[in-house]
Ligand binder design. Sequence first.
Ligand SMILES: *Cc1c(COP(=O)(O)O)cnc(C)c1O
Length: 435
Amino acid sequence: MKLLSKPNLAILGGNKVIGINQGAHFNWPKITDEIEELVIDQLHASISIYDRSSIFEAFECEFARLHNRKYALLTNSGTSAIHSMFDALNISPGDEVVCPVYTFHATISPLISLGGVPIFADVDPYGSMSLEDLVKKVGPRTRAVIVTHMWGYPCRDIEKIALFCKERDLYLLEDCSHAHGARTNTGRIVGSFGDAAAWSLQGQKTITGGEGGIVLSDRRSIYNQALLLGHYNKRPKQEIDVSDPLYKFYLTGKGQKLRAHPLAIKIAYHQLGILPTILQGRDSNAQRFRQLISEIEFLSDIMQDGSSPSWYAFGMLFDESKSNGVTRFEFCEMLHHEGLSEVDIPGSTGLLNELPLFTEPNELFPTLFGGKLPRQRDFKNALSFKDRFIKMPVWAFTDEAEIVEKYLIGFEKVCRAILEDRNFGQNLRNWRKET
Ligand SMILES: *Cc1c(COP(=O)(O)O)cnc(C)c1O
């Protein structure tokens, strides 16, 4: 066999595509002079808003309009927004909610403090809840289903799941925290399918105020309950009808306060205004990466044709049977050595079924749970997805063209080297021993 010469890869001592003096590769959110001015304005206008007025009203109106929903309620976090949705369904201890096993924990963790039981469903090969497994997980105690549009890719089965929930008289909730403005392949915006939907406005999210969240619904009853959970006095008094049996609770609400911060919402409102620009900028960059990986046998794309993801991340699946002996970890290590430090194998987002909160909630909430919950196992698709997944951020702005170019070059360089040598993995390990 012909002995190949050692390729000029940074992992083997060669030149890096991106030098270490480049600075941060990805800055989110982009804090412009305009945002600074807006925050200063808000600082002088009001730093606590008691009712649905000024910046809260502006954000809620516009966000509801974008999704063609009747009611919008800002909260202090996405987790609070999700908690508000569960609380509004009057979950009783022992009631079950079906949730994808592969999502961020906050999609379902607020359910536990209500005594609800998460039932995990496997995902489709692209990382979102599958109708096929959902159907098997619904039982007599199921009250609701919650779907996540993971990494900004609309759940492929969402329309079928919505129909199924309607048929079976189950509430459908959506966690859209990755997917601001994403649309399915039928052009429908995510967050417009469920009985209620929640978004995080946390620092990393597409529309962000640093911390914050929002719930949308068409149902007055869900809105009123959410209102009473996180707000008291002025806002529920002004908004809940005097004839409503819940009206009498306006002064205290349910005893919690989950109100948003006006400075955060001022920032988020600016982001909402530039959402079309953000999505368009990300999409054109993401399409270039899609084009690149379409030529790489060991990488596959997870976008559904015709859909419009929000590109919270660019996701791809690594196939170790086609990568000439290179593992997913080695592939990412090679990219990191080239300076592509934003390429990532997600650590904290994985399968939820073994987390102690979901197996032994009785230790934290002894009055709600009589004992441990039954173990839930056998999530083949989710495990396979998690074990092959690689992500990176998607740049949105035209002044980031240079870094995008370098990432494309770095990917191409590493992928070419791997594809040129059928024994690349073994050779790489030998070369690394020598260097
Ligand atoms: C960020 C996030 C949340 C929680 O939102 P916070 O604003 O951080 O509380 C929930 N679900 C998903 C999918 C998220 O990414």
